[in-house]
Design a protein around this ligand. Structure first.
Ligand SMILES: *[C@@H]1O[C@H](CO)[C@@H](O)[C@H](O)[C@H]1NC(C)=O
Ligand SMILES: *[C@@H]1O[C@H](CO)[C@@H](O)[C@H](O)[C@H]1NC(C)=O
Ligand SMILES: *[C@@H]1O[C@H](CO)[C@@H](O)[C@H](O)[C@H]1NC(C)=O
Ligand SMILES: *[C@@H]1O[C@H](CO)[C@@H](O)[C@H](O)[C@H]1NC(C)=O
Ligand SMILES: *[C@@H]1O[C@H](CO)[C@@H](O)[C@H](O)[C@H]1NC(C)=O
Ligand SMILES: *[C@@H]1O[C@H](CO)[C@@H](O)[C@H](O)[C@H]1NC(C)=O
Length: 740
C-alpha cells in the first residue's frame, strides 16, 4: 500500500454529480408549471394587466373558473406575463397567441451553495470617503431574493435608524413565526413565494419569510448587516460583523425553500414573482445568490427600471464554461479569498517534526500539545480502503483524489467517525475547503497538501508506533496571507448562453466569510457569499451617486477592479493547477470599492440597447431577421470576440464623471496574436463634451484555430486608470469546438 494521490476513476463520479445537480427537476404530471412572458406591460393599471392575463387564459382553457384555478402568479409590475399550471398542448396554444412572446416550463433547481458567502474590507473604524459620503448606504434599499430572514439576529438591529423611505411600497407578509413586528426600520419588507415548491420542502421550513435554511440570513447580513461587535466562531475570525452597506435597508423575498446546509429548492416562477414584486416595491438593488438560468427577462426589466441586479457566478469551478447567471445586463460575481487564514500545527511523534495545515479546530478538552495519538494511513479512507485497519482512537491520514476532494472529504470523515477515529489529516490538491472542517466539530480535521502528506506518509511508513498531535487552530490576518486569489470553486468563463460577452464581471470575497445564521455567526464560502459583497458596495455607490445608471455602477466596479494583490503581484486563481488569473476567472479583476467611487470614466448603456440583443434571443421575432448583432457591439466595460477571422472594429462610448476638464491617453495590452489599434488614442473632455467615442480595431496576425487570449484597454489621465478586459479567440472555421 503506497501513497497514491491519483485515483483517476473519481473523475467521472465528479462530473456526473455536478451535472446531476444542474438538471432541472420537472414534476411528472399532466399539467406543469409554465411561465408565459408577454414583454413590457401595455397598461398602466396593474389590475388591468392581470385581467388581461385572465382573459387570455380563459380563451385557451374555456372557462374563467379554469383560468383562475390554473394561474399561479400574475407578473404585472416590471413586465407582463404569468405563471400557470398547463398541459403541454395548452402551452402550445398559448405560445401561438400574438400577445405572447415565449412560453417555457418553470424550472426547479436544487441549489448548491454549501460553500457560501461573505465580507469585505471597508474599515468602519477609519471610514473611507466612500463609507462616509454614502453614510454607510443609508436610504438605499437592497432586495434579497433568497431563503428568507432571521429577524432576531443582531445584524438586523434597527437602533438609530430613521424612518422607512417614503417611496417604499412593499409589504410585511406575516406567516408562521413571523408577524408584523418582525419587520422594522432595517427589514422594511418581507414576502414569500411557494408556487411549485414541494410539500416536503415547505414542511421543512417556516411558511413565512422566516429563514429555516440560514442562507438568506447569511447573504442579507453580508450585504447590509448592521454593525455587531465582538463576533466570532468559537473564538476564530473574531471581530466586528457588518455588511458592506451597514445602514442600507433590507427587503426580503423568500423564493427558495428547505433546510439542510446550503441546500434549497427554488424555481423560475417564484424567483420571477419576487423580481416583479421587488420592481413594484421600489428596491434599488437586487441581490440573488442562486442559479436560475432562465431569469433573463425578469432581470432585464428590473435593470430597465433602474435597479442594479447582482448575481452569483456559480460554484462549479475550476472547470471552464461553468458560469451561471450570465445575462449581459446583470453583474455576475466570482468568489475570491481574503487575507485571513487558519493555520493548525500538526506535530509528529519522532523528533517533534511539525507541519502547518489549515483547519477550524476549536474544541479540545486536554492540552493539545501533549495529546499525542496513534497515527495511521487510511489511503483514500473509503470503506474499502479502511477495511481491515483498526483506526479506533487514532488520527487517520486520508488522501483525496486529485479531482474531487469535496465529495471525498465527507466520505472520509463519516468513515473515520464510524470506525471510532479521533482525528483526520486530509490530503488534497491546493485549494481551500476549510469550511468543510467545521463539520468535524469534536475531532480535529486538518487539511494538508500532497507534499506535506507525503512527508507524513514517509514518517508513518518508517515508524513502528507513529504518533501525532494537533494543536488548536490559530487565526492569522493581514499581509502575510497572500490574497486575494480566485477561489477554486468559483465558476469560470467563457459564458455559454451569450457568445461575445466577457463573464464573470468581477470577483469579491467569498471564502471563509463569517456572517449571521439564526442567532449566531458561522463561516461560509461560495459565490453566494461573494454576490452580496458586490450588492453592498453597489448600495454605497448608489447612495453616493444617485444619478448613476445600473450600467454606470457596473462599469465603475469593473474598470477600477484590481488585477494585482497587495504586493503588486498578479492575482492568482486556485484550481488545477493554480495559475495567474485571467478575465474568465475574475472579469475586470478584484473589487476595489473606494476606487469604484471615483472611476473617472464610465461605459454607460441605455437599457433600450439591451432589448435590441435580448429580443432576438427569444423566438419568434420578425424584427431580428437574420442579422443578429454580435453582443460585442453593446457598450459594455469589456470586449469578447469569440471568432476573430480577420479584422473586427468595435466602438465604445465613455462618459466623464470626474473633473470636467480631463485628457485621457490609451494604454494598450493587445492579446497575443492580435494587432490592436485604438482611435483616437487621446480623449479630451470639457464642460461641453462629456462623452467621447473611440474605435478599437482588432486584426488577427495568424491564420489558426486559436484559443482565447487576453488583453486590455486602459484610459489613463495621470490619476484614474479606467481598464477594460479583453478576450479574443482567433478562428479560421466557425462553430469550432474547443476540445483539443
Ligand atoms: C423589444 O421588445 C420589447 C417588448 O418586450 C419592445 O417594447 C421593444 O420595442 C423591443 N425593442 C427592440 C429594439 O426591438
Ligand atoms: C418576531 O415575531 C415573533 C412572533 O411571531 C416574536 O416571538 C419575535 O420576538 C419577533 N422578533 C422580533 C425581532 O421582533
Ligand atoms: C467578547 O465576548 C467574550 C466572550 O464571548 C467576552 O469574554 C468578552 O468580554 C467580550 N468583549 C467585549 C468587548 O464585549
Ligand atoms: C472487508 O474485508 C472482508 C475480508 O476481506 C470482506 O469479507 C468484507 O466484505 C469487506 N467489507 C467491505 C465493506 O468491503
Ligand atoms: C467539545 O467536544 C465535546 C466532546 O465531543 C463536547 O461534549 C463539547 O460540547 C464540545 N464543546 C464545544 C464548545 O463545542
Ligand atoms: C455611442 O453614442 C452614440 C450617440 O449617443 C450612439 O449613437 C452609439 O450607438 C453609441 N455607441 C455605443 C457602442 O453604444
Amino acid at each position: 500500500m503506497g501513497f497514491r494521490p491519483l485515483p483517476s476513476l473519481l473523475l467521472l463520479t465528479f462530473l456526473t454529480l455536478q451535472c446531476f445537480q444542474l438538471l432541472p427537476l420537472v414534476a411528472e404530471a399532466s399539467t406543469k408549471l409554465y411561465i408565459v412572458y408577454m414583454g413590457e406591460r401595455k397598461h398602466e393599471d396593474p389590475n388591468h394587466v392581470t385581467a388581461s392575463h385572465h382573459d387570455l387564459l380563459t380563451s385557451i382553457l374555456g372557462s374563467k373558473e379554469n383560468a383562475l384555478s390554473s394561474i399561479v402568479y400574475s407578473y404585472r409590475h416590471g413586465f407582463s406575463g404569468f405563471a400557470a399550471m398547463l398541459t403541454e398542448s395548452q402551452a402550445e396554444l398559448l405560445a401561438d397567441s400574438p400577445e405572447v412572446i415565449s412560453v417555457k416550463p418553470s424550472r426547479t433547481y436544487e441549489l448548491h451553495t454549501t460553500r457560501s458567502w461573505d465580507f469585505l474590507g471597508l474599515d468602519y473604524m477609519h471610514p473611507t470617503e466612500l463609507l462616509k459620503k454614502s453614510n454607510f448606504g443609508d436610504g438605499v434599499i437592497i432586495g434579497m431574493v433568497d431563503t428568507g430572514i432571521w429577524p432576531e439576529s443582531k445584524s438586523f438591529n434597527d437602533d438609530g435608524y430613521g424612518p422607512i423611505p417614503s417611496r417604499w411600497k412593499g409589504i410585511c407578509q406575516v406567516g408562521e413565526a413571523f408577524d408584523a413586528n418582525n419587520c422594522s426600520r432595517k427589514i422594511i419588507g418581507a414576502r414569500y413565494y411557494t408556487a411549485g415548491i414541494s410539500d416536503r420542502n415547505l414542511k421543512l421550513d417556516f411558511l413565512s419569510p422566516r429563514d429555516a435554511n440560514g442562507h438568506g440570513t447569511f447573504t442579507a447580513s453580508t450585504a447590509a448587516g448592521s454593525i455587531v461587535e465582538n463576533v466570532s466562531f468559537h473564538g476564530l475570525g473574531a471581530g466586528v460583523a457588518r455588511g458592506g452597506a451597514p445602514r442600507a435597508r433590507l427587503a426580503i423575498y423568500k423564493a427558495v425553500w428547505g433546510t439542510g446546509r446550503g441546500l434549497g429548492a427554488g424555481n423560475s416562477a417564484t424567483v420571477l414573482k419576487a423580481i416583479d414584486d421587488a420592481i413594484h416595491d421600489g428596491v434599488d438593488i437586487l441581490s440573488l445568490s442562486l442559479t436560475v438560468d432562465d431569469d433573463s427577462f425578469g432581470s432585464l426589466h428590473a435593470v430597465a427600471k433602474g435597479i442594479t441586479v447582482v448575481y452569483s457566478a456559480g460554484n462549479l469551478g475550476p472547470m471552464p464554461q461553468t458560469l451561471s447567471n450570465t445575462a449581459p445586463w446583470v453583474i455576475t460575481v466570482a468568489a475570491s479569498t481574503i487575507d485571513r487564514s487558519f493555520p493548525t500545527v500538526v506535530t509528529l511523534g519522532n523528533q517533534y517534526q511539525s507541519f502547518v495545515g489549515q483547519s477550524i479546530f476549536y474544541n479540545s478538552t486536554k492540552d493539545p500539545r501533549r495529546n499525542f495519538k496513534p497515527l495511521v494511513y487510511g489511503d483514500s479512507c473509503t470503506e474499502i480502503s479502511l477495511n481491515g485497519t483498526n483506526i479506533a482512537g487514532t488520527v487517520v491520514l486520508c488522501v483525496a483524489a486529485l479531482v474531487s476532494p469535496t465529495s471525498l472529504f465527507s466520505t472520509a470523515l463519516s468513515n473515520v467517525l464510524k470506525a471510532g477515529g479521533e482525528g483526520l489529516i486530509f490530503a488534497q490538491y491546493t485549494t481551500n475547503l476549510l469550511v468543510m472542517t467545521e463539520a468535524c466539530e469534536s475531532i480535529p480535521c486538518v487539511l494538508v497538501d500532497f507534499d506535506t502528506a507525503n512527508q507524513i506518509f514517509n514518517y508513518i511508513d518508517s515508524e513502528r508506533d507513529p504518533m501525532v498531535s494537533v494543536e488548536l487552530t490559530r487565526n492569522v490576518i493581514g499581509k502575510e496571507v497572500l490574497s486575494p486569489k480566485v477561489a477554486a470553486f468559483s465558476s469560470r468563463g467563457p459564458a455559454i448562453l451569450f457568445a461575445g460577452l466577457l463573464k464573470p464581471d468581477i470577483a469579491a470575497p467569498g471564502v471563509n466569510i463569517l456572517a449571521a445564521t439564526r442567532n449566531s455567526y458561522n463561516f461560509g464560502s461560495g459565490t453566494s457569499a461573494a454576490c452580496p459583497h458586490v450588492s453592498g458596495v453597489a448600495a454605497l455607490l448608489k447612495s453616493l451617486h444617485p444619478e448613476w445608471s445600473h450600467a454606470a455602477i457596473k462599469s465603475a466596479l469593473v474598470t477600477t477592479a484590481s488585477i494585482t494583490n497587495g504586493y503588486g503581484m498578479p492575482i492568482q486563481a486556485e484550481g488545477l493547477p493554480r495559475k495567474i488569473a485571467d478575465p474568465f476567472d475574475y472579469g475586470g479583476g478584484h473589487i476595489d470599492p473606494n476606487k469604484a467611487a471615483d472611476p473617472g470614466l464610465i461605459y454607460d448603456i441605455n437599457p433600450k440597447d439591451y432589448y435590441k440583443f435580448f429580443n432576438c434571443t427569444l423566438a419568434p421575432f420578425e424584427i431580428c431577421g437574420s442579422e443578429i448583432e454580435p453582443l460585442y457591439y453593446l457598450n459594455l466595460p469589456s470586449i469578447a470576440i469569440p471568432n476573430l477571422k480577420d479584422t473586427v472594429a468595435i466602438w465604445r462610448n465613455v462618459t466623464n464623471v470626474g473633473k470636467a476638464d480631463a485628457i485621457y491617453e490609451a494604454v494598450l495590452q493587445p492579446p497575443p496574436g492580435v494587432h490592436m489599434i485604438v482611435e483616437p488614442s487621446t480623449l479630451e473632455f470639457n464642460a461641453k463634451n462629456k462623452m467621447r467615442t473611440f474605435k478599437v480595431i482588432f486584426k488577427s496576425i495568424h491564420k489558426v484555430q486559436g484559443d482565447y487570449m487576453f488583453g486590455s484597454v486602459t484610459w489613463w489621465d495621470g490619476f484614474h486608470s479606467v481598464r477594460i478586459p479583453i478576450a479574443i479567440r482567433v478562428l479560421i472555421e466557425d462553430f469550432y469546438a474547443d476540445t483539443a
